[in-house]
Design a protein around this ligand. Structure first.
Ligand SMILES: Nc1nc2c(ncn2[C@@H]2O[C@H](COP(=O)(O)OP(=O)(O)O)[C@@H](O)[C@H]2O)c(=O)[nH]1
Ligand SMILES: [Mg+2]
Length: 262
């Protein structure tokens, strides 16, 4: 596939020190494309890994033209990695998936099937079990409840990270004005706040085969930072909504002030 070719589906996987998982991830994802008989592209974004992740990605890209590698020189986080994947994506549809095989690449077909049935802008996997490490489960459930409360949503898994939608829909969801390190936690509420309809389907969340979860490194610090960012994002969406309503009411109430409003 050349840089200008279009395809149907681009799967984007952020990779941070996942050398041991790349080979199987690639084989299972390409097999899923074959089973779906879909014109697919797999984009692996190495986010400044310090292990052999980039070597594994390069080898896979050399072997199959459907595999693309993107590399960050230094670690920038999951959402900037999704963004770089999005910049390289040639698909009308995109799918985000973890690279550690906790999401099953075979389930991409399920998300796609549900999407094609219509009625949803975003189809996301609700992880079952939601977490495989006990202390993470408490954190994940608490954060999920907090997000639903703050944004008046009723999502079962706000921090899924396994979803499928149109490419331009994902661009719109990831747009934000303030700086966040963990915006991946706000994808569900951001989608809802921007008027997209999300459908959730249960997907198996396997235990990690190898490597380390980013949460196990600094759980307390990470949790506090995410809660702080939640407050920030709540304020950002509130201001956005007020801005929209404000502009609309000016337009509706006084055509003469149209120039001012623009
Ligand atoms: N790009 C990028 N990806 C990351 C980073 N930390 C984790 N990931 C990837 O994001 C996915 C989910 O991360 P993981 O640590 O397994 O989170 P958990 O499943 O919620 O415990 C995996 O594919 C990781 O390789 C990071 O700093 N940058
Ligand atoms: Mg994981």
């Amino acid at each position: 596939m050349s840089r200008t070719d279009q395809c149907v589906l681009s799967v984007i996987a952020p990779c941070y020190n996942e050398a041991v998982n790349i080979d199987l991830l690639v084989r299972r994802t390409l097999a899923a494309f074959d089973a779906m008989t879909i014109d697919g592209q797999l984009i692996l974004v190495d986010d400044g890994s310090v292990d052999e992740t980039w070597a594994a990605i390069s080898a896979a890209a050399d072997e199959d033209r459907r595999v693309w590698g993107v590399r960050h020189e230094r670690n920038r986080g999951i959402v900037p990695a999704w963004q770089s994947g999005l910049d390289a994506a040639r698909g009308r549809l995109v799918c985000l998936i973890d690279s550690d095989l906790q999401n099953r690449p075979e389930d991409i077909a399920r998300l796609h099937r549900v999407y094609e049935l219509g009625g949803a802008d975003v189809v996301q996997g609700a992880r079952r079990p939601v977490c495989t490490v006990h202390r993470h489960r408490v954190f994940t459930r608490g954060l999920n409840a907090l997000l639903n409360l703050a944004f008046r949503t009723r999502l079962r898994d706000n921090k899924s990270g396994f979803l499928l939608c149109r490419r331009d829909t994902l661009s719109a969801i990831l747009r934000h004005r303030l700086a966040y390190r963990y915006f991946q936690a706000f994808v569900g509420v951001a989608a809802t706040a921007r008027g997209f309809v999300i459908k959730e389907v249960d997907t198996v969340f396997e235990p990690r085969r190898a490597g380390q979860s980013f949460l196990s490194r600094f759980p307390i610090r990470t949790s506090l930072r995410i809660v702080w960012e939640l407050i920030k994002f709540r304020a950002e969406t509130w201001l956005d909504a007020r801005g929209r309503v404000g502009r609309r009411s000016v337009l509706l109430s006084s055509p003469a002030s149209l120039a001012d409003a623009l």
